[in-house]
Design a protein around this ligand. Sequence first.
Ligand SMILES: Cc1cc2nc3c(=O)[nH]c(=O)nc-3n(C[C@H](O)[C@H](O)[C@H](O)COP(=O)(O)OP(=O)(O)OC[C@H]3O[C@@H](n4cnc5c(N)ncnc54)[C@H](O)[C@@H]3O)c2cc1C
Length: 417
Amino acid sequence: MRFSGLRVIKEGLTGNKGWSAHWRDASPKDAYDVVIIGGGGHGLSTAYYLAKEHGITNVAVLEKGYLGGGNVGRNTTIVRANYFLPGNSEFYSHSLKLWEGLEEDLNYNVMHSQRGQIVLFHSDGQRDAAIRRGNAMRNQGDDAELLSVAQLKRMVPYLDYDQARFPIYGGLLQRRAGTARHDAVAWGYARGASDRGVDLIQNCEVTGIDVENGHVTGVQTSRGAILAKKVALITAGRSSQTAAMAGMRLPIESHVLQAFVTEGLKPCIDHVISFGMGHFYISQSDKGGLVFGGDLDMYASYAARGNLPLVEHVMEAGMTLMPMIGQAKVLRSWGGIMDMSPDGSPIIDKTHIDGLYLNCGWCYGGFKAVPGSGHCMAHLVATGTPHKAAARLRLDRFKTGFGLMDEEGTGAQHNLH
Ligand SMILES: Cc1cc2nc3c(=O)[nH]c(=O)nc-3n(C[C@H](O)[C@H](O)[C@H](O)COP(=O)(O)OP(=O)(O)OC[C@H]3O[C@@H](n4cnc5c(N)ncnc54)[C@H](O)[C@@H]3O)c2cc1C
């Protein structure tokens, strides 16, 4: 089933009876070449690129709930490539390039909107840091523009420039940054993988990982044992738990991150805006709701909803930055479980167990990484060597201390950065 403008018109005129299911609801087979644990964005994109780029299709994605029910469907959908440090810089740049061709590649409307992201700065020191970051982005081949207050006032007149507790000194704009519809990204990759022969198995919880003589041999699940030559752990906020099934202790803390959506409003916020003095970010969805979020709840938890002090903190940050949003009614909020690494940067690597691969540590920012992560993870699983864009995302940096990518303001303990 292919989507096209003509098809949409035809189906619209004939009662929408011609659409078929987007993916096969598969049952588990006895054995696979590759088993992927986790049907989130990263697991599904890995399956897609394994099939598409490497011709490996005897693959199962095992998801304990439903596809897209984890963080991939719970985030604030910001897509950007504005990292400073080598390692992150080339990886997120690679991912953004994949985003730019994604809808055509998947033949799926993921509503990728490059509306631009502006990160505000509020002091001379922050301006210097923004200039350095912008230069790093441009050296990487990505776009970055420094905006003066006068330019900002023309583009985003609704911000409180002077009376805010933290006056706005300017902003760093990445025009190619923006948003996408999060669950459509999961569905698009699911459909692409399923079409190529990958089995997507929902309601199938992995309860054990079988290892013999240092080699992975398969997994135990709520739907029986499955043999596998290779197993990829791609379970985001649950990574510590799934790795523990193979006897591994990861340098990952799981924390709640909350998101909020208001009632639908007429278009008023054209870009993604990030507040440089508090952890606050906002955009407006195509349905008109203001979508925003802030900090972690700052304690380790597997709950998918957060606490009121953080709600207050996020609302205060929003009101400080743009008092007009005090008029809007918040309709919904929810939480997701973030896999926080100590340096705020991800891991795509082999493990000490032959055939067992690890993908985690996405912290606040794994949605924008979905294409790049799947692409690099598939390369690693298929070839046994890291993709050059993910060559620094090694697990052993936390053991040796070499190659840490300590991006400012990220990781489980912000005060340590
Ligand atoms: C509120 C919030 C806002 C965010 N905002 C942004 C943003 O603006 N931009 C951005 O880039 N990122 C953002 N993120 C981060 C991003 O959503 C995550 O980093 C990313 O989605 C994680 O990867 P994933 O999609 O594979 O995770 P998930 O969708 O969580 O996938 C992991 C899957 O593994 C499954 N699983 C776990 N254990 C097992 C098991 N034992 N057996 C089988 N399956 C299992 C889970 O059910 C889950 O479906 C945000 C996250 C949250 C919560």
